[in-house]
Design a protein around this ligand. Sequence first.
Ligand SMILES: Cc1ncc(COP(=O)(O)O)c(C=O)c1O
Length: 377
Amino acid sequence: MITKKLLNTEQSEIRKIFNMASKDSINLGIGEPDFNTPQNIIDACKTALDKGITSYVPNMGIPELTEAISEKLKKDNNLDIPQNKVMVTCGASEAIMLSIMAFTEKGDEVIIPNPGFVTYKNMVQLSEGKPISMDLKHENDFKIDLDDLNEKVNKNTKCIVHNSPSNPLGTVASKEEVKGLAQIAEDNEIIIISDEIYEKIIYGKKHHSPASYTDNCIVINGFSKAYAMTGWRLGYMAVNENLDSKYNIIDNVLKIHQFGFACATSFAQYGALEALNGSQQCVKDMVKEFERRRNLIYDGLKDKFKVIKPEGAFYIFPDVSEYGTGMDVAQKLIENGVLCVPGRAFGSNGENNVRFSYATSYEDIEKALEIIDKTIN
Ligand SMILES: Cc1ncc(COP(=O)(O)O)c(C=O)c1O
């Protein structure tokens, strides 16, 4: 018999929606960059293959890569995390899964952003924990309500998941929000699982990691979004020495990684190494293009819907309730050829919203805006 915890795990609502789409739909549904992986990264991977790097590599990741990640954390985030506290995983997804599994037992509570990335809730449920909503409300510009969060914390709370820049909201948490969150974690001995996968896709704002304000933070990041490497399946988790010496996190999650995955793909890790050590111009170019598209879609939606101008990631999350529920409007748009995701796929605070991804061409966004206009008029 399949276990109850697996049977209770829902299929991704996003998948169900995509099954309704026709081949010619304009895709504002997908959550991945439409760019190719930069050539220097591809070449580094090809060189590794040509050199015969096709066997297992250390479970933690190739030492050159964990070292480069440790240096990146110092350079970009001013965090001192030695390479032996950095683990390379199969995408940020695996790192999220391992972190949640490490701290969640039956009945434990994990506070997750709502609306938020779909994986968090499901991973908590698979660990037999209880997902508790950190309410991010449109009327509050989707900011963290620290008082509300404080009220939700109790003796069963083990972790808080934080995601900035946010999928699906496109918001970037301010220094005050992040500091407040860190303080709550400190006061209550809670671990923050900070999903920073969109760190580099940010428009004129500064990224703040809770790890800058508290040791009680596991940093999760990866290569999928910043370097257009979604199919390479490479991410990482990093834990500061104080937190690791308290809970022995890396050694413990390494057990799941060893038995479940062995290691992240060997030759792909050489591509990731080049991503970190090579020129960052590719990231700047992609972010510039995302920003151009962000401006186009925001300007096209702002007079029709209540909508916040995204500051990061590549999603926009308008409130469409003037025209129906998020589900109704998404369905109509999909019928009319624009693929998008109803906000409720991301939690109960998203019922009135629709998520559009602008990780698609400028021309397609222009066409989609015309269809959106016709659909609501
Ligand atoms: C917020 C967030 N975290 C993590 C991931 C997964 O990243 P990866 O491809 O590295 O597993 C995604 C992918 O959409 C995401 O949106």
